[in-house]
Ligand binder design. Structure first.
Ligand code: ZN
Length: 148
């Protein structure tokens, strides 16, 4: 099962909490138990798990990423956004999260964020879902006798 989420990021640098949207996709595909793969096909945006309880954390995170990788006039990349490429690479482009009871098995304070470093833009998150629910637990597996 496969789906693409479209996310419009609202500023140049931003963490967009997409947890609810990913859980909605899992529900719509009736994935009760399994694995959810999330992939961001962009070079200046990434995806990560972080705390989603305190909105100040996103501000702190982005501020410190700017301090870690400041925009510089000395970058060779002609587009002028090397800092955004570097930040996205540090954050990473994919996640693998187990699914239980029809939703991501995140910790109490965790959320899934699209990390935008060169917005505002329309971004895509590719979601691939694999259900590992057993076919039935009640019925024993019966095999047809082998024919010769
Ligand atoms: Zn670039």
């Amino acid at each position: 099962m496969y789906e693409r989420l479209s996310i419009v990021t609202r500023s140049q640098e931003r963490l967009e909490d997409i947890t609810t949207r990913v859980n909605d996709v899992l529900r719509s595909h009736e994935v009760n138990e399994g694995i959810c793969y999330l992939f961001v096909p962009h070079t200046t945006a990434g995806i990560m798990v972080n705390e989603n309880a305190d909105p100040h954390l996103a501000t702190d995170f982005l501020e410190h990423m700017r301090a870690l990788v400041p925009a510089s006039e000395h970058f060779r990349h002609a587009e002028g956004n090397s800092h955004a490429h570097i930040k996205a690479a540090l954050v990473g482009h994919s996640l693998v999260i187990p699914v239980e009871d029809g939703q991501l098995t995140l910790g109490r304070w965790q959320g899934v964020f699209l990390a935008e470093f060169d917005g505002p833009q329309e971004r895509t998150v590719v979601i691939s879902m694999q259900s590992t629910s057993p076919i039935t637990r009640e019925e024993p597996v019966t095999r047809a006798p082998r024919r010769r």
